[in-house]
Design a protein around this ligand. Structure first.
Ligand SMILES: [Zn+2]
Length: 282
């Protein structure tokens, strides 16, 4: 059932880039104007806090977006925290740091992101009104962090969990086994999670149902990939053509990455084997 058909769910207000919307007492969201097949309505930038603010994922290097963030948080922006170093999440860091002088935090300096302090799993950003805890969640990217706002039990999930678009797992930096392990780990946090604020799309208010949906989807895909290989479809492009028949041309490399990620996981489990570019049942 889609949102529109469900009478229990109030209609969502449309996502408008550049306009701050309050999601909770402590959290505001400004969406960057970079919509697309990979980014949904655009990258979500979150401002956490009132007197001292953490900006999560400034998004692309778009002056209008950065001005909107700075205009909303002003000199109360103390920290800029990135979920990972993909191109739709971090390039705005330098421009936002210029505007605010905030400290830049992420798992590591990589892909052109320069940080002031690295965060490992469990590290916290302590503001006067709240604590934001880094959760290392490799899978989509090896340096991916989610952030948990403990006061509101809200998880900022970056591209680990999204609303609307599909998470891409592209080896070698993407790792399917790690990804699934991190989903299971978050699922076990049930009492600590009330909502998920994703890197793209709307706030997710049924976090455990969403995580279950993700796990089911991946298990189904894995089974389909295995069935393909067992039936003699041995090359990644052919498996993609079989499993994603109506895929947009520009998304083919992403689907190939995801299929390869499934195959590598199955190979580690000794359920398939690889001979150069062909795969067969083990
Ligand atoms: Zn993204």
């Amino acid at each position: 059932m889609t949102q529109a058909e469900d009478p229990e769910v109030p209609e969502r207000r449309p996502i408008v880039p550049g306009v701050a919307s309050a999601l909770s007492p402590l959290v505001r969201r400004i969406v960057a104007n970079n919509p697309g097949p990979m980014t949904g309505p655009g990258t979500n930038t979150y401002l956490v806090g009132i007197d001292e603010i953490v900006v999560i994922d400034p998004g692309p290097d778009d002056p209008e977006h950065l001005d909107a963030i700075a205009g909303c948080g002003g000199d109360r922006i103390r920290w800029i925290a990135c979920t990972h170093t993909h191109i739709d999440h971090f390039p705005g860091v330098a421009g936002l740091q210029e505007r605010t002088g905030a400290e830049v935090l992420a798992f590591d300096s990589r892909d052109g992101l320069e940080i002031d302090r690295s965060l490992a799993d469990g590290d916290v950003i302590e503001a006067t009104e709240f604590v934001l805890r880094a959760v290392h969640t490799p899978g989509h990217a090896s340096n991916h962090l989610c952030y948990l706002l403990e006061q509101e039990r809200m998880l900022f999930s970056g591209d680990h969990i999204m609303d609307g678009s599909t998470v891409v797992i592209r080896p070698p930096d993407g790792d399917m086994a790690a990804y699934l392990a991190q989903l299971e780990r978050l699922k076990a946090w049930r009492p600590r999670l009330r909502s998920i604020a994703p890197g793209h799309g709307y706030l997710i208010e049924q976090p455990i149902a969403k995580i279950d949906e993700y796990l089911d989807h991946r298990r189904d895909r894995e089974q389909q990939v295995l069935t393909c290989v067992k039936s003699g479809t041995s090359k990644v492009p052919d498996i993609v053509a079989e499993l994603y028949p109506d895929l947009l041309e520009e998304l083919v490399p992403m689907a190939q990455g995801t299929v390869e990620a499934h195959l590598l996981k199955l190979k580690d489990e000794k359920r398939v084997k690889r001979n150069r570019k062909t795969w067969s049942a083990a």
